[in-house]
Design a protein around this ligand. Structure first.
Ligand code: CMC
Length: 429
């Protein structure tokens, strides 16, 4: 079989043979198709890049029809069950699982870098009392670039490694402090005797006790949630990190762009919408009427459906199981019953079956976060902490990829041309 595409331009009658590599054609090959020597090359119009590959990547694989998610080839189910967040972070960033020495050194490095400069603390204290924690996180990650001016040397592998370690290490500190600020509570310094996720919980919840000891089951559940959120190939925030990173800026600035993208309700905010929806439904007997409303197009069943997954989102399955572990400690969230019944009814209903609408990662995660007593504004901060290794793996791949160029999409210009400018003094007289 010939791996080419024959394109006939009916404007000129000319035919072009375009190579197909890995199921894709190069947009630049289409650019060779012109109506005349001076005419612009043929472009592809694709708002939202729904069918445009922006890179070649070996980080994360998704098969949406089959409900498969793999990091560096390892199924998410196995990683969630048998690994931990820092090992998964190593895997994403380095491309392979660590040896014992590599793992110990990675954990040591990350633990050693959890503290931030005191001026960052003062800077964060300067935010308004009701500042959104995601805004604080975005600003403080960006601000780190001013503390590490050498981070701009992105061609140096050792330097990149240093910034990657720093960012994974400091994200929980910045995230926890954003949370404490809104509550008017003092910032808690990292406790480096604790593991990554236990330390995060200490910085979130410690008050006057000498040492904060989190319930191991909660630590494990949060660690699993971090693993599930660690990467999701070329989503909006990964694309933001890559796009900004393609200017060869330092990684703190690139990751700040990723945090900004995640801040948006279409990306990181759906789990909050699920909670609002469940609270509004209120009781199981109201579900049939709610489902009817969804089918009539009045609203959407939040936490259902996905651009890529046309099957059960594999992350949702794992989270559903994690709910049991968390509720064993915190007591069952009464909204769980409504969520489970809603899922059962929707999965049997022709409307949802026909459209391949299944629960996504956000359907159950909000319930867990609420059980931890996180306010909804914190949900996306937790997502950002989990996603940091993924952003950095994508960035690290980008800066070493010889085929990458500064991101600069084309536009189809539809505005006015060649107007004559009249100075304001004449226009307004
Ligand atoms: N409830 C009811 N109907 C839905 C839903 C839903 N949640 N999602 C899609 N549909 C219907 C939609 O109305 C359309 O029907 P029709 O063909 O009759 O017009 C059909 O299914 C296809 O929908 P679409 O909008 O073309 O699908 P999309 O791939 O553009 O949208 C989505 C994906 C996630 C935006 C959408 O499913 C949705 O809005 N879901 C609810 C919000 C949500 O849970 N978002 C979190 C996504 S996971 C986040 C992550 O991975 O980071």
């Amino acid at each position: 079989m010939t791996e080419t595409l024959t394109v006939r331009d009916n404007r000129t009658g000319q035919e072009y043979e375009v190579p197909i590599v890995d199921g894709a054609i190069k947009a630049a090959d289409l650019g060779k198709i012109r109506e005349g020597d001076d005419a612009p090359g043929l472009a592809v119009y694709d708002p939202g890049f729904t069918n445009t590959a922006s890179c070649r990547s070996a980080v994360t694989y998704i098969d949406g029809d089959k409900g498969i998610l793999e990091y560096r080839g390892y199924p998410i189910e196995q990683l969630a069950e048998k690994s931990n967040f820092l090992e998964v972070a190593y895997l994403l960033v380095h491309g392979e699982l660590p040896t014992k020495e590599q793992y110990d050194s990675w954990v040591h490095e990350i633990t050693y870098h959890t503290f931030v400069h005191e001026n960052i603390k003062e800077f964060m204290q300067g935010f308004r009392y009701d500042a959104h924690p995601m805004g604080m996180l975005m600003a403080s990650v960006g601000a780190l670039s001013t503390f590490y001016p050498d981070a701009g040397e992105i061609g140096d592998a050792e330097n990149r490694h240093m910034q990657i370690v720093r960012m994974i290490a400091k994200m929980p500190t910045l995230g926890a402090w954003s949370f404490r600020h809104a509550q008017g509570k003092p910032f808690v310094y990292p406790d480096n005797d604790l593991g990554y996720t236990a330390n995060f919980m200490s910085m979130l919840f410690k008050m006057s006790e000498q040492k904060y000891v989190a319930d191991e089951r909660l630590v494990k559940a949060l660690d699993v949630l971090f693993i599930l959120h660690a990467d999701h190939e070329q989503n909006c925030s990964a694309n933001a990190v890559r796009s900004v990173g393609s200017s060869q800026v330092d990684p703190y600035s690139a990751v700040a762009a990723g945090v900004g993208a995640l801040y948006g309700p279409l990306h990181g905010g759906a789990n909050e919408a699920v909670l609002r929806m469940l609270k509004r439904i209120g009781s199981k007997d109201k579900i049939p009427a709610f489902i009817e409303g969804v089918k009539n197009g009045d609203e959407r069943l939040m936490g259902f459906g996905h651009r890529v997954y046309k099957n059960y989102d594999p992350r949702a399955k794992i989270i559903k199981k994690a709910c049991d572990d968390v509720f064993e400690v915190t007591g069952v969230n009464p909204l769980l019953e409504i969520a489970q019944e809603l899922e059962k009814i929707a999965l049997e209903d022709e409307y949802f079956v026909k459209r391949k609408l299944y629960p996504n990662v956000d359907f159950y995660s909000g319930l867990i976060y609420e059980a931890f007593q996180f306010p909804p504004e914190m949900f996306t901060v937790l997502f950002a902490i989990g996603r940091t290794p993924g952003w950095l793996a994508q960035w690290n791949e980008l800066v070493q990829d010889k085929e990458q160029k500064i991101a600069r999409p084309k536009q189809i210009y539809i505005g006015a041309r060649g107007l004559d400018f009249t100075p304001a003094s004449e226009r307004w007289s």
